[in-house]
Design a protein around this ligand. Sequence first.
Ligand SMILES: *Cc1c(COP(=O)(O)O)cnc(C)c1O
Length: 361
Amino acid sequence: MKYDRTFNFSAGPAMMPEPVLEEIRDEMMNYRGSGMCVMEMSHRSAVYQGIIDAAEKDLRELMGIPDNYKVLFIQGGATLQFSMIPMNLMKNGKAVYIETGAWSKKAIAEAKKVGEVVVAASSKDKNYTYVPDCSDLDIPEDADYVYICENETIHGVTWQKLPNTKGKILVSDQSSMFLSRPCNVSDYGMIYAGVQKNVGPAGMVVVIIREDLIRDDLTDLPVYLQYKTHADAGSMYNTPNCWAIYCCGKVFRYLLDQGGLEVMNQKNIDKAKVMYDFLDQSEMFTGTVVPEDRSLMNIPFVTASKELDAEVVAATKAAGFDNLKGHKSVGGLRASTYNAMPKEGVEALVEFLKKFEAEHK
Ligand SMILES: *Cc1c(COP(=O)(O)O)cnc(C)c1O
């Protein structure tokens, strides 16, 4: 490989496309004749305004975001949204949450501090290895929204069909699947994603929110926690995460140049298939999620013992594959195969695991 880079299977921060990193490198000392690096630039300058405007425009084109949705770049990662969502969207003080793994659980715990949470479905009974049937949920009349985590990064499950919200707005945490496949934005009231999984550097979240859900009656709420603050100021109420916006903008442009989200989806399907086909025939390794709900982005798998799991993790690391250790709450291994992971990376990993299995029969 050109830069002696490792195949990095981290769940996040994760790989970024090499051409994007090269462009950033080339612009590092002098961004397009401005005489400075983007890191050194005033966010109030015309040059920077051009950067943030282009990032938003390209994201809108990539996802086909309708005009009645705002795009916000907010700091605090995806985690701050666990609080901002109930603080801003609970009008009746009640919301429905679906519990499908570690990240929806965290969102539920935070929402409970703000109002009443109705967990209408859960896959806890089988350690979050599937997505429950949500075609006919018991949704209270006065619930303000229905919340899902659309791809559970730790447990490796993805929603294939959105829940029937019975007319309530849908709020989705797309952090670890954002821009991995086409998305019909108008099916949602709000979508959000921490960008360090499938887009760029850590420390920022993209919020896509329907305009009529942004309230101006929340004057008691700290100003920074109101969506209105960020919407009114074009995501620049205070100094934004200038660097992350710049890098993410490059990735949006890159994905458009690749042909957009249909193309990415097909690549992601092909890539994950290499891994799942291997797991399905292996006698040593087993995927932990039911086939129907498997994630294309995060692939957890186990051997028969913790000791062997640890041995495999160490062996992969020595062979140049990094960050395959599963999250401590699930154990085993996890291969995160985001947009920027090349198919050759997954093929090389599977070759290695096959060899390991043959040698340890
Ligand atoms: C990583 C992750 C988060 C938390 O993101 P931070 O930016 O670290 O706050 C939330 N939800 C999901 C699905 C994630 O994968």
